[in-house]
Write a protein that binds this ligand. Structure first.
Ligand SMILES: Nc1ncnc2c1ncn2[C@@H]1O[C@H](COP(=O)(O)OP(=O)(O)O)[C@@H](O)[C@H]1O
Ligand SMILES: [Mg+2]
Length: 223
């Protein structure tokens, strides 16, 4: 499903990845951990093909970084939902409009949009807030909107780059449990985090980036 094969990446003068190999199977829930600047966000960018490896290859479903055409990248992106630490909602649009927008730009049938938006809003527990503007929502609610927006196109992979970095511990925990619930419906989920306390409370496979490579680690070795 996701395969990094001998991937090297240089950014500026920094060798971020050096012969990195990673396999993630369909339906897995994986934490990506590592200290600041180690390349966690860069790894996700390689996945959604915003950047490309200097050598090696990245495979995501039927898309391969060595052969993908620029015009195919939007089709890959539709299969990936991405969530960020800072939510990235459209401030001048309501909750409903933020989510519906994705379906409008990807050419969904107009009559299908309201029902599909209602479905994802219910999935993230935000149906009563559908007409609110983002600035009137708490951080946790804004992240739920971002997650609903990431899910509305029915992706098979959800990528989250430090999704709980701006949230209080209790809210962070709720968001992580929501991501777990989404995973249980069959969506592969990758969560970048440096919050080991949270990883401890919501356990899953942990992959650590270090010295340009990535390895599976157990929690005990990383207090
Ligand atoms: N466009 C860029 N040009 C030069 N260096 C970059 C660029 N983007 C990221 N970097 C560097 O690459 C390294 C990895 O960055 P990043 O993937 O954002 O790390 P993380 O998400 O783990 O904190 C960092 O040292 C960062 O400063
Ligand atoms: Mg980062």
């Amino acid at each position: 499903m996701i395969d990094f094969k001998n991937v090297s990446l240089q950014l500026g003068s920094k060798q971020v990845f050096d012969g990195l190999n990673l396999h993630i199977g369909r339906g897995e829930f994986v934490y990506i951990v590592g200290s600041s600047g180690v390349g966690k966000s860069s790894l996700l960018k390689l996945l959604y093909m915003e950047s490309f490896a200097g050598s090696g290859e990245v495979e995501v479903a039927e898309f391969n970084s060595l052969t993908v055409k620029r015009r195919q990248v939007p089709y890959l992106r539709r299969k990936l939902g991405v969530v960020f630490q800072d939510f990235r909602l459209l401030e001048d649009r309501s909750v409903y409009e933020n989510i519906a927008f994705v379906l409008e730009v990807t050419g969904a049938k107009r009559k299908d949009i309201p029902g599909r938006v209602a479905e994802v809003l219910s999935e993230v527990g935000l149906s009563p807030k559908r007409n609110e503007m983002p600035k009137h929502l708490s951080g946790g609610e804004q992240q739920r909107v971002a997650i609903a927006r990431a899910l509305v196109g029915e992706p098979f992979i959800l990528l989250a780059d430090e999704p709980t970095g701006n949230l209080d511990p209790n809210v962070a925990m709720e968001i992580m449990l929501l991501l777990k619930k989404i995973n249980q419906k069959g969506i592969t989920v990758l969560v970048v985090t440096h919050d080991y306390a949270l990883v401890q409370k919501v356990p899953a496979k942990i992959m650590q980036i270090k010295d340009g490579k990535i390895f599976e680690v157990s929690l005990k070795k990383n207090p």
